[in-house]
Write a protein that binds this ligand. Sequence first.
Ligand code: GLC
Ligand code: CA
Length: 512
Amino acid sequence: MKKYPDWLKTAVFYEIYPQSFMDTNGDGIGDLQGIIAKLDYIKELGCNALWLNPCFVSPFGDAGYDVEDYYRVAPRYGTNEDMKQLIAACHERGMHLFLDLVPCHTAVTHPWFVASSKHERNQYTDRFIWTDCIWHDTDGLNALRGYSERDGSAIVSFFSHQPALNYGFYEVRRPWEQPADAEGPRETVKELKNIMRFWLDMGIDGYRVDMAACPVKNDPEHKGTMALWTEIREMLDTEYPEAAMIAEWDQPEHSITGGFHMDFTLNGGLSNYTDLFRAEHPYFSAEGKGNAAAFMKRYLEASELSGNKGLICLISGNHDTDRLARRLHGDELKIAFAFLLTMPGAPFIYYGDEIGMRYIEGIASVEGGYGRTGSRSPMQWDHSKNAGFSTADESRLYIRQDDAADRPDAASQMADPNSLRNEIKRLIALRMAHPALQADGLPEMINSGYPLVYVRKNGDERILVAINPSAQTNECDCAIVPAGELYRFGGQAVCDGKKLVIPGQSVLVAAF
Ligand code: GLC
Ligand code: CA
């Protein structure tokens, strides 16, 4: 059996937050037709896969991560027919499309939850996790209480308006905790498979799975959760062998061992990812006081513990993290992308990070975003009204835009050969041209301080990557003599077979 579908080997993903990407009907909110209209922009950058945040019917208490109907596109984004068009438009361009699967909870307005809250037993009574008495404690789990006709508290999985779907408990401690093989949990799994099949049958290429570590409760080692995803993987392998799934988990030894093709790094996860771009002293800051060693160590350990079976993917950021440009600026961003795009796995670029869109400070929370709202502002396309995002009155925009006079925009950056976007475009093209720089294989570390130096290999191809984010010249021992420069940013690195010396804020990618 294949570790993962071949197309992932060269995949570079672009994450789209649908409400903020492109508005085509002037209501101030992005839509599926807007995404279709901008596919050529994404393709021109070099990305060949998309991940869309949830775009299903929802009361939008958590920006769509509170699903009310898993089978229908939210009217504000369009229709299922628009989704079919988007899928076809992606495939025509050789691009793949992931949707967001939210398996752990629904919205309180979901008809299953409404039915489950009823006193009379019905088909959905056990679709969610309920205690057997409103006055009893909830075994350390958060709950929605006093909301139902039924006597009991509903366990929630994230916000208190997101009741947890019932996939059972690994360690059953109380009478109301059902084991994973009980009828209620099994029915939930059946429905989850049907939801997945629905969009896969429509033609999508896979899922990003929300809170993938959490479906089975009281599961400290994730054994129950891994069994669930292994079962789902078996379904994919038999019914949709070209489809893939990526876990929001950040613990590859569990996610990948448990059936996922890919996992990605998260802020506050186990990967030390924060050290690189968002710590007090990020590794990629020119001040040169950061640390990439813990990240690299954890990365290599996690790859090994997952049997090198799947891909560990690095993100530029996502809708939950601060914008990359909150801490890093100018050349620092270009150098950070040189790293992101020369590491294994399938890189993920969050919309707008390719032009260095800023985190919008101090704005009110929108749809449960809170501090995340500043990273979700509408894409800046050009110099026109609302930066080309929408023709709506400014006051109707989904989230206020960056109002700085020098806010970055896509059109200006496409016209400027030295822009961040064009640097990223060159780096993606470099990756596409060299199998050694693609998804497979571990980096062989030469130095994890300043500079960061590693080797990537594939067949006969051997490539040295040396990155010095610091403003100072740095050096390290290195026995490699580069033969052909493939990419350079900043000053010229010198490597004589003993020592590698690299000027401040420079990158060298060379064959040997
Ligand atoms: C994930 C999503 C986040 C959402 C939460 C609850 O972490 O990325 O945006 O709020 O799950 O679904
Ligand atoms: Ca719209």
